[in-house]
Design a protein around this ligand. Structure first.
Ligand SMILES: [Zn+2]
Length: 460
């Protein structure tokens, strides 16, 4: 008879809150961390972590995994144990209650949280024209649906304003006010990027100022990494100094991925970004992996609008300047790689290892505990996840064990190589105490929970 289900021995345990490390062993029982100690522990399963970092499982605050099993596999293989889905205005597919019920019954490889998305709410009240504002009746309908989603357990509200350019200030503020009333986080993919991005950031800051909602600005580098990251960060500083409840997540690539038929690629986008058609790479569909010509770009826009395209724009140094700022959380924007859609974007398979390789090992911009905080305790705090993002007795046993000297991404852009290559240096990933990935090899388990948001962000 053993005291524990699993023991992780002699690892270097990171405390992201105190920003320190200690060599210790962990005892795991019933999905929880039951002991953190220097004593010898016995268990049925023993994982040796000598010389390795033992970190809380990574929490990715900006994803589009939404129950896609392949996509979850890439996430688990890079250490992600919890994803915050439903971003950029897009709710989980189908009726939310059905989606929640399904993953509660069936389980999933990793933990999922879901948001209600503004664009999906528009569609649910019959508004499919992305260039049209909602009427008063439609806005009232969206508010009723949003309240219902919160009652069911949607964790927050997301906007993808760039995808619905016609959305009015009235409808956006009315929905944000509803989220504020329920004490829910509002994630905002701002209305435009490129040189007009700063005005869009002002709009997002005004949303929290006018409604009192807690706001998180999504994938900052994809919106402002065009030479304006410094100004955007200064605006953020001012907003926080003013006392506004605003935060930011950002990724480790300059090139974003989205549907080629979306408003992001409307006329004028290349002028806005200062690039040509050959800076747009097809990530799925008949031209996947290819830099597009003028003709191919317009052909896909017309005939295959749901194909994913990657825009190779932005300035690499701004990736790291954004992530260096205190409080910025790491995010992948993953959701492009699933069955039939591969290659997709390397962010799905490479974000977290690339962050540690670059920010900690190669550029020495963040200490290891600080880097761990950006993908564990900070997002856990922002999402009100009290039992995640820490290694303490009683916390959920979502854990990643990695080698700080070897952790690296191998995924590449589709025009350069294999987008889905698994990272190196990640030994073990546990979700709720169960081994989900062992040296990159996925286990056929479903320990992940669908977490319903109850109460307010601050009082769960
Ligand atoms: Zn987005």
């Amino acid at each position: 008879m053993h005291d524990f289900d699993t023991v992780i021995t002699n690892g270097t345990v990171v405390d992201p809150e105190k920003k320190c490390v200690t060599v210790a062993s962990l005892g795991i029982r019933d999905g929880k961390i039951a002991a953190v100690t220097r004593e010898r522990l016995s268990a049925r399963h023993v994982l040796d972590a000598a010389g390795k970092i033992v970190s809380p499982g990574f929490i990715d605050i900006h994803t589009h995994v939404e129950g896609k099993a392949d996509c979850a596999g890439y996430m688990a293989a890079m250490g992600v144990t919890t994803v915050y889905n439903g971003n950029c205005g897009i709710s989980p597919p189908g009726a939310m209650e059905d989606f929640f019920g399904r993953y509660e019954r069936e389980g999933f490889l990793i933990n999922q949280l879901e948001q209600a998305g503004h664009t999906s709410l528009r569609e649910a009240v019959g508004l499919t024209d992305r260039y049209a504002p909602a009427s008063q009746v439609q806005t009232a309908g969206m508010i009723a649906l949003l309240e219902k989603a919160f009652d069911i357990g949607a964790w927050g509200l997301s906007f993808g304003l760039e995808y619905v350019p016609g959305s009015s200030a009235e409808e956006v503020l009315a929905l944000a006010r509803t989220a504020a009333r329920y004490g829910k986080l509002v994630s905002i993919h701002t209305r435009t990027d490129g040189y007009r991005g700063l005005a869009a950031l002002k709009e997002a800051i005004d949303i929290t100022r006018l409604t009192g909602a807690a706001v998180n600005i999504s994938h900052f580098v994809y919106q402002y990494g065009f030479g304006m990251a410094v100004q955007a960060l200064a605006m953020l500083d001012d907003a926080q100094r003013e006392g506004l409840d605003i935060s930011v997540d950002s990724g480790v690539y300059t090139s974003f991925a989205t549907s080629i038929g979306s408003a992001v690629f409307d006329d004028g986008c290349l002028q806005k970004w200062g690039c040509g058609y050959d800076s747009i790479v097809a990530a799925t569909g008949k031209y996947r992996g290819k830099r597009l010509t003028d003709e191919e770009f317009h052909e896909l826009r017309a005939d295959a609008p749901d194909d994913t395209a990657i825009a190779l724009i932005g300035k690499e140094h701004e990736i790291w300047e954004i992530l260096e700022r205190p409080g910025v959380m790491l995010s992948s924007d993953a959701g492009t790689m699933y069955e039939g859609a591969i290659p997709g974007h390397p962010q799905d398979a490479g974000t977290f290892p690339r962050f540690f390789r670059t920010m900690v090992r190669e550029q020495n911009r963040l200490s290891l505990p600080e880097a761990v905080a950006r993908c564990t305790s900070l997002p856990a705090g922002r999402l009100g996840l009290k039992n995640k993002g820490k290694i303490k007795e009683g916390a959920d046993a979502d854990i990643v064990v990695f080698d700080p000297d070897r952790i690296r991404d191998n995924a590449q852009l589709p025009c350069d190589g294999d987008t889905s290559a698994r990272p190196d240096g990640i030994d073990y990933v546990l979700v709720g105490g169960e081994l989900a990935a062992d040296h990159g090899e996925l286990k056929p388990v479903k320990p992940g929970k669908l977490l319903r948001g109850r109460g307010t962000l601050w009082n769960r």
